[in-house]
Write a protein that binds this ligand. Sequence first.
Ligand code: C2O
Ligand code: CU
Length: 495
Amino acid sequence: MDRRNFLLASTAGAAALGVTGLSLAKGKAQTASGFDRTNDVTARSPRMTSGPTREFRLVAAPGEAEVGPGEVYRNWMYNGEYPGPEIRVKEGERLRIVVENKTPEGTTVHWHGVPVPNAVDGVPGLTQAPITPGESFTYEFEADPAGSYIYHSHFGLQIDRGLIGPLVIEEKTPHVTYDRDYVLVLDDYLAGDPQSLSSTSARRGMMGDGQEGGRRRWWGGGRQGGGMMGGMMDMERQMPSYQGLLIGGKLPTDPRVFETRSGERIRLRFINPSGASTLRAAIGGHRMTVTHCDGRPVEPVTVDSLILGAAERYDVIVEASNPGVWPIMIATTQNNVPPGRAVLRYTDAAASTLRDGMPEGFRGGRQLYYQDLQSLETLPQGKPDRVFDLMLRGGMMGSAWTINGQVYPDADPLIIHQGEHIRFRMRNRSMMVHPMHLHGHFFRLGNALKDTVLVQGHMGRAEFDFVADNPGRWFFHCHNIYHMEAGMAREVRYV
Ligand code: C2O
Ligand code: CU
């Protein structure tokens, strides 16, 4: 099925994505502050079939996309688009998504963050067999709860081949009002094929004889002279040599333009389906009021910059009160990849040239921290029935990435029982940050609900609680796909 048929199948609501990949939604009546704190967002309808079924078709196939002038990305993508087409539905509707595999490998699709029934969670070898080349698989689940999500391949390193896209479930009654609604898909750009950090490739990197020559060269940027120390530095920064950062699939040389007019309120949904990058995001001339974290509504908090680990999402409201043409910037916190940039353009502004310079959020300003997040929903309280202490390690001498010394799939499942209150306590004995993600559940982190949490390097810690309310065999893993692939994963199994 081609792009036109995808649009037909997805009905009128998604038609706006046809031209620009953007969508536009008109907000509801404004309150004075623009934020309605009286909505009872905790009273979600129970999961039952209610709304109409919305059908989509995703064809994973080799394709080409222009990410900048003359810069053609050749890899795999959904429906010939990179990032994949925006899937946008309303809370309470039912989603039926037929995935067709026209790649030469197996594949699956995971609906990151949506607590779907286990059988449609899209984890190969755990919840389903891979969809073999030429075959299709139908995923069907309730669009519930509302939020900003990601869909992506869960097979091998296919995220860094381009098999990613945004999934938006709109609220019936948002606690914020806005005039426009844009999704910003943030990504790291890897022009070549992704390659595992296997011990042989890692050792070759350490010895300084890794494959050279542009995009195939694995060990990028940060080499600090030769010898052992240089090698060690590289080991600790083991990352693919990404060539740049993209917003909406575009490099800064051909940026996406997001339009607004003075006086509007814009909802921006930042989502980070990148393979391995932790990103800072900020907007020139504007502050951002964070309203949702990993899709869940939070008490609005106004900041200058956000940090998004791989797979994290934040929705913000921006008040269009500073006419001009402004940069929306992202930069990695980890290595030397050049920054990404999109443009926020006032259609009613006199000036039409981009204001240069770093947004305030890159020069200090207020950064969002997890402690700033205050959920508007009911959180699990009290003592856990079961606690898991999980030590994250790895990255030395080209070794595996481990949880409590075990390398998935040669690893014990974490056994839980339905109805239990579970706590995961993680400590990070490696030098790299790990975005740890639990499938099938939201967890409480501090006072927020999330599905992915950054555990900082150098003995960083994090702990979260969740209620075992969605039986099945669930994946828990680092969302740096190279770490996941090198063993930093576990099964969470209900018995
Ligand atoms: Cu975004 Cu295992 O998932
Ligand atoms: Cu990791």
